[in-house]
Design a protein around this ligand. Structure first.
Ligand code: NAI
Ligand code: MG
Length: 497
């Protein structure tokens, strides 16, 4: 099999899709000669095959990243690193339609939503390009006999393992800060969505990055992912995905060379609606909070708590709103919700819907497959859900939300926090005092007030509790990719004669 394929999208027509592993700025076949298929989730049919990285390819990519780090990348000025990232951001914008079309084809997300993702990728890359020459140390005065300062140095060779729900956005969130801080990278895409990452790799070369600085591998978690997280010459691993695998990555790091670990994991985020909220506004954000990206968001507002005085009215109106969400062909102009990413995810979600029915929650709307072909699921709302039900406790990662009532602010806070997760939360209220009090009391890395899912590359994002370790985005992400060196110089006489 060659290292490119001619593919076609309904939006952009025929194009050349790289399918090789991207190592040292070249697309190559895997050493073991393996390939795997990627599926179009809207049709359940294969799109193409890509080359698969095994342990041997991981070794080659790590050596390339190590050599680039030691021999070339360290000598590139911070200003030039920033220029490369800015150029890459420009190329994302120039290729926005093509990248978005690939994303829709491979992941199933609506093309209009995919375009927004690519715009955000460019924003993120350019933002970190701006940081590259502003990563500074400090002079720390301890006494007249010493002169001491700190430097922020790169960590080195960074492995980055990303999921399939925002394939290119996760690519940009990971690569932006790592490169800004002067690291080299081996990024493994998710096996469900390898195509966008490889097209973006072509843009890396076009942007002029030296060989080996950014390497992109397609492959499976248990093989390539595990090889990266246990590799003795990888200095840091950043992972986004399930909590179960996050623990495995951390164990692999602990059992190998104690590489630094950052994790962005699951969530079961509460979306709390007080009786004084603008109800239509709240419903529109609650709807977007759970059904955006087909519910495949780590921060999805999957637990909706509504104050008892407005509960019945809210449920009725929310149900009407959810029924208006257009589910269907990702490339149709009015589509809001496409298919789930895979048969496995489809089955998991339908399993949760069954569990909800069996445990006695009431289906207000949805609960079934949508259409005959593709992994489509109707937007689903369960009401009368109690805290002990599985659908209120576990991350479903699909278009399914659970609603329950609360009496007062204290109960809203208690319910909001009864979870092992702590990624995000939201409060809907017209009282600024309620908004701030409740935001302060919720144990979550992000709290939205009168909105939901509004991430921005300038704003740090990450988890409290079992939702993760470290922060992505904003200035905070630089801490994941740099380490402090202290240099202390003696100015005065020898202390001990
Ligand atoms: P996953 O955690 O298995 O996959 C995410 C990434 O980790 C992929 O690149 C995969 O190849 C890699 N991976 C898998 N096993 C690995 C291992 N042993 N070592 C190193 N890397 C490994 O997630 P999956 O199976 O795709 O989805 C399962 C559930 O995970 C979803 O239903 C959802 O609840 C959650 N999830 C959360 C995401 C988030 O954004 N936090 C994203 C994707 C999934
Ligand atoms: Mg796919």
């Amino acid at each position: 099999m060659s290292v490119t394929a001619t593919l076609e999208t309904p939006q952009t027509g025929k194009y050349e899709q790289p399918t090789g592993l991207f190592i040292n700025n070249e697309f190559v076949k895997g050493v073991d000669g393996k390939t795997f298929e990627t599926i179009n989730p809207a049709t359940e049919k294969p799109i193409t095959s890509v080359h698969e990285a095994t342990e041997k390819d991981v070794d080659i990519a790590v050596s390339a990243a190590r050599k680039a780090f030691e021999e070339t990348w360290r000598l590139v000025t911070p200003e030039q690193r920033g220029k490369y990232l800015a150029k890459l951001a420009d190329l994302f914008e120039q290729n926005l339609e093509q990248l978005a079309a690939i994303e829709s084809l491979d992941n199933g997300k609506a093309f209009t939503m995919a375009k927004a993702d690519i715009g955000n990728c460019a924003g993120c890359l350019r933002y970190y390009g701006g940081w590259a020459d502003k990563i500074e140390g400090k002079v720390i005065d301890t006494n007249a006999d010493t002169f001491s300062y700190t430097k922020q140095e790169p960590i080195g060779v960074c492995a980055q393992i990303i999921p399939w729900n925002f394939p290119l956005l996760m690519w940009a969130w990971k690569i932006g800060p790592a490169i800004a801080c002067g690291n080299t990278v081996i990024l493994k895409s998710a096996e469900q969505t390898p195509l966008g990452a490889l097209y973006a790799a072509k843009l890396v070369k076009e942007a002029g990055f030296p060989p080996g600085v950014i390497n992109i591998l397609s492959g499976f978690g248990k093989i390539a992912g595990a090889a990266l997280s246990s590799h003795m010459d990888v200095d840091k691993v950043a992972f986004t995905g399930s909590t179960v695998v996050g623990r495995q990555v951390m164990k692999a790091a602990a059992g190998s060379n104690l590489k630094k670990v950052t994790l962005e994991l699951g969530g079961k985020s509460p979306n709390i609606v007080f009786k004084d909220a603008d109800i239509d506004n709240a419903i529109s954000w609650v709807n977007f909070g759970i059904f955006f990206n087909h519910g495949q968001c780590c921060c999805a507002g999957s637990r909706v708590y509504v104050q008892e005085e407005i509960y019945d009215k809210f449920v009725e109106k929310f149900k009407e709103r959810a029924q208006k969400n257009v589910v269907g062909d990702p490339f149709a102009a009015d589509t809001f919700q496409g298919p789930q990413v895979s048969q496995l995810q489809y089955d998991r979600i339908m399993g949760y819907i069954d569990a909800g029915k069996k445990e006695g929650a009431k289906i207000e709307t949805g609960g079934e497959r949508h259409g005959k072909e593709g992994y489509f699921i109707q937007p689903t709302i369960f009401s009368n859900v109690s805290s002990d039900m599985k659908i209120m406790q576990e991350e479903i990662f699909g278009p399914v939300c659970s609603i329950a009532k609360f009496k007062d602010e204290a109960e809203a806070i208690r319910l909001g926090n009864v979870t092992t997760y702590g990624l995000a939360a939201a409060v809907h209220t017209s009282s600024i005092n309620t908004a701030i009090r409740v935001s302060n009391a919720l144990r979550a890395g992000t709290v939205w007030v009168n909105q939901y899912n509004m991430l921005h590359h300038q704003l740090p994002f990450g988890g409290y509790k079992e939702s993760g370790i470290g922060r992505e985005l904003g200035e905070a992400a630089l801490a994941n990719y740099s380490q402090t060196k202290t240099v202390s110089i003696r100015l005065g006489d020898a202390l001990f004669g």
